[in-house]
Design a protein around this ligand. Structure first.
Ligand code: C2E
Ligand code: MG
Ligand code: MG
Ligand code: MG
Length: 282
């Protein structure tokens, strides 16, 4: 058709747009069957105390290996799952899986589960969480829900109500990727998060002596301290980043430097007597 039109202009544009939509359609089709086909798994990334370096929690991160598409990045399929609301049943599966696997870890180790706005606005979300806790026997105080600032933009009142409900039964709520979204201090006044997670971009910036990043991390830590919220630095990859984050007073640390996301079995092995003894000796 482009040839008949006598120009290559459309030819460059339309097919790529079309290919993109087609790829998305195929991905969506596969995503609809992924739960039934048992294509999901959950990996766990350790979060350590900044001072003692003991593991205090794990963050559950969803992985999808599709029969048709192979490994698909969460950056690609999570937004698609959100748009199609498939994240509601998928998220419930993550919650149950993570709570069940966390039951094998020491009692003082928490499990953090990411929750999207679509899940939080689902009228049954609180019941879903309570159901996962009672089915697995995990005490509520060992579960931390991670939300991003974006949930307060759409329907802040409903989101806040649900989160307060969950905090009422003892769950923690962490504010994820802090500083990257539509940051407003209003909701920090209204809600007591258990943890503020400082986004990786600020961690990297601070370690490079970027004055803006340094000032922001300092301010966030000071604010969290006086509001009695904890802080986690995300994406700590190097010794230099670790040193800077410690100096700035972040309470907890997460990142490749301490551990990549790993299988439940590998997570459990971190607590084997053998491994603990070696750590203490080193
Ligand atoms: P997030 O919640 O901010 O998770 C942290 C992401 O940073 C993870 O990416 C993790 O693998 C990555 N990361 C951790 N440490 C480092 C580091 O030192 N360096 C670098 N470069 N990256 C690091 P992942 O697993 O690809 O997940 C991406 C996002 O997908 C998550 O961001 C979260 O928003 C979303 N997500 C993952 N699992 C779930 C889920 O079960 N439900 C929902 N609703 N969202 C999820
Ligand atoms: Mg998270
Ligand atoms: Mg994050
Ligand atoms: Mg993120």
């Amino acid at each position: 058709r482009a040839k008949e039109d006598g120009g290559g202009r459309h030819c460059l544009y339309e097919p790529s747009l079309h290919a993109h939509a087609e790829e998305r359609r195929q991905l969506e089709f596969s995503l609809r069957n992924a739960l039934d086909r048992d294509e999901f798994s959950v990996v766990y990334q350790p979060v350590v105390d900044a001072i003692t370096e003991q593991v205090v929690s794990f963050e559950a991160l969803l992985r999808w290996t599709s029969t048709e598409h192979g490994f698909v990045s969460p950056a690609k399929f999570i937004p698609l799952a959100e748009d199609t609301r498939l994240i509601v049943p998928i998220g419930e599966w993550v919650l149950r899986t993570a709570c069940r696997e966390a039951m094998n870890w020491p009692d003082n180790v928490k499990i953090a589960v990411n929750v999207s706005g679509e899940q939080l606005l689902d009228p049954y979300f609180s019941e879903t969480v309570v159901g996962a806790l009672s089915a697995t026997g995990l005490p509520p105080h060992r579960l931390e829900i991670e939300v991003t600032e974006s949930i307060f933009v759409r329907d802040g009142t409903t989101a806040q109500g649900t989160l307060e409900n969950l905090m009422g039964i003892g769950c923690g709520v962490a504010l994820d990727d802090f500083g990257t979204g539509y940051s407003s201090l209003g909701y920090l006044r209204r809600m007591r998060f258990s943890t503020i997670k400082v986004d990786r971009s600020f961690v990297q910036g601070a370690a490079k002596d970027n004055p803006e990043s340094l000032a922001i991390v300092r301010a966030v830590v000071a604010m969290a301290d006086s509001l009695e919220m904890s802080t986690t630095a995300e994406g700590v990859e190097t010794e230099a980043e670790l040193a800077m984050i410690r100096k700035l007073g972040c309470k907890k640390i997460q990142g490749y430097f301490f551990g990549r996301p790993m299988s439940a079995t590998d997570a459990l092995a971190l607590f084997s007597p053998d491994r603990m003894a070696r750590r203490l000796a080193s």
